[in-house]
Design a protein around this ligand. Structure first.
Ligand SMILES: Cc1cc2nc3c(=O)[nH]c(=O)nc-3n(C[C@H](O)[C@H](O)[C@H](O)COP(=O)(O)OP(=O)(O)OC[C@H]3O[C@@H](n4cnc5c(N)ncnc54)[C@H](O)[C@@H]3O)c2cc1C
Length: 434
């Protein structure tokens, strides 16, 4: 650990132990406040990862709109973004970037609200509860954001083919820059356990103590209706219905309730066969608690995006495109949970999976013509982007050539040229003379 980091760490710990102990003498409230105070880094990393993803998307989508390969006729080549495969690889990540843009900004504002409460010495139950909820959100939003960015940047790199591999286009650097976001401030897999512990403790309190589940940010309030939600089924019968993100939001509510009950059951089973709490928890992560934490944060991110895209305060001209992005993000995220949706009978038969898949492809195709404008919205200047294939003017080859020509010493001979060409050893002169 560097001295600077160590200094920050000590100050941070002093802040937590002294400042927060002034806030409350009630250990449970102090615990909530302390957890909340630890969330700043994770909430910020969610956004740092998003910045990397956005830069990669700008490069790959602008490139895909200008790079032409093959075509229906020998005489005509089409932009690679016209291929369904290319759309399906990139546009869902674009929808995720928009979902995370709103989500990371809004949870940061929630964190600021929490910090103001701390500064004002707020000792209320709500403040402690807010600390716990923000902790659960930060511990899963960092994995959500950093993993989507990691996978998305790699997809962008490959989607640009050999040009994506070329160092000057920066996709390799972006991927490397994002990599530690999956590890620092807590390894993603370990952090997710904090979120599932929070959810399981709420469920436990409701199941055994009849306590109403209600949180300051309302991310968990729907769990009160878990019996009713678990009785529901996938309702869409036509692809057009899946264009409404409410369908994915409903499916996610079911998914979180299902995984919560299953994780609780799994833990109880492990304890029943004689495991202590430590082993029972460790052996309930894979397929249960880990999936639960991921489903919870994906649902919450989608829920907030859904609210934004349907909010009358959102400019009417923006709502149609935001609704499509939101519907795509919902269906695409949901498609990674198909096995669980069938396992718990929320989906049955061929139709639901087909509807989700056709919905994703239709939305990708509908958003394709807006894709360049949608990355232009969050693109920095060409100077900051610093990627020849991602420049705003779309002059792909001209920009590549001019960057190559402006490279250091590109028009000079290498230092070893003379030795290599003029003073070459005569062929055979190195043969042993014994
Ligand atoms: C670039 C970078 C900068 C950093 N900067 C700082 C800094 O400024 N200050 C600072 O204090 N720290 C810093 N760190 C350290 C960072 O916070 C830790 O690396 C991180 O929290 C993970 O801890 P660890 O390395 O001890 O991993 P370990 O705990 O050793 O984990 C190794 C592996 O074991 C798994 N594992 C561990 N526990 C469990 C479990 N209970 N269940 C299942 N699997 C488990 C993990 O998932 C992981 O895959 C930095 C790290 C990096 C990479």
């Amino acid at each position: 650990m560097s001295l600077l980091h160590f200094g920050c760490f000590v100050l941070h710990m002093l802040d937590i132990f002294f400042f927060h102990s002034v806030v409350s003498h009630d250990p449970s409230k102090r615990f909530g406040a302390t957890l909340g105070a630890l969330s700043g880094g994770r909430v910020s990393i969610t956004r740092m990862a998003l910045v990397n993803l956005k830069l990669a998307l700008i490069v790959s989508i602008r490139f895909s709109a200008t790079r032409r390969q093959f075509g229906p006729k020998d005489t005509e080549e089409i932009p690679v973004l016209e291929y369904q495969l290319q759309q399906w690889r990139l546009i869902p990540y674009l929808s995720a970037a928009y979902a995370l843009e709103h989500f990371s900004k809004s949870i940061f504002m929630n964190f600021v609200e929490f910090q103001i409460g701390q500064a004002m010495r707020d000792k209320s139950d709500r403040q402690a509860e807010l600390g716990r909820e923000i902790h659960a959100i930060g511990c899963s939003s960092k994995p959500l954001g950093s993993w989507i960015a990691q996978r998305g940047i790699q997809e962008c790199r490959e989607a640009c083919g050999g040009h994506g591999y070329l160092a000057m286009n920066r996709l390799g650097d972006l991927r490397n820059d994002n990599d530690p976001n999956c590890t620092y401030e807590g390894d993603n897999n370990v952090l997710l356990q904090q979120t599932s512990n929070y959810l399981l403790s709420l469920f436990h309190a409701k199941h055994y103590g009849g306590v109403q589940i209600e949180s300051p940010l309302h991310s968990v309030d729907f769990l009160n209706d878990f019996h009713k939600i678990l009785g529901s089924k996938f309702i869409a019968t036509a692809m057009e219905e899946c264009m409404d993100s409410a369908v994915s939001v409903g499916a996610y509510k079911w998914l979180v309730c299902f995984l919560l009950v299953e994780s609780h059951r799994r833990l109880e089973q492990q304890r029943a066969i004689g495991m202590d709490d430590f082993d029972a928890r460790n052996n309930s992560q894979v397929y249960y608690c880990r999936s639960l934490a991921i489903a919870y944060i994906e649902h919450y991110c989608l829920q907030r995006f859904h609210e934004l895209s349907t909010d009358p305060e959102t400019p009417a001209g923006l709502r149609p495109v935001l609704s499509k992005l939101c519907a795509l993000y919902g269906l695409w995220s949901l498609s990674s949970h198909m096995a669980t949706l069938y396992q718990g009978n929320y989906f049955s038969g061929k139709k639901p999976a087909e509807l989700v898949q056709m919905g994703i492809l239709t939305l990708c195709s509908q958003l394709k013509d807006d894709a360049v404008s949608l990355v232009d919205v969050f693109a920095p200047s060409d100077f900051i982007l610093n990627s020849p294939i991602g420049r705003a003017d779309g002059q792909l080859y001209k920009n590549l050539w001019s960057t190559v020509m402006q490279g250091s010493k590109v028009l000079e001979r290498p230092s070893w040229w003379k030795e290599f060409c003029s003073n070459k050893a005569v062929v055979g002169s190195l043969r042993p003379k014994l």
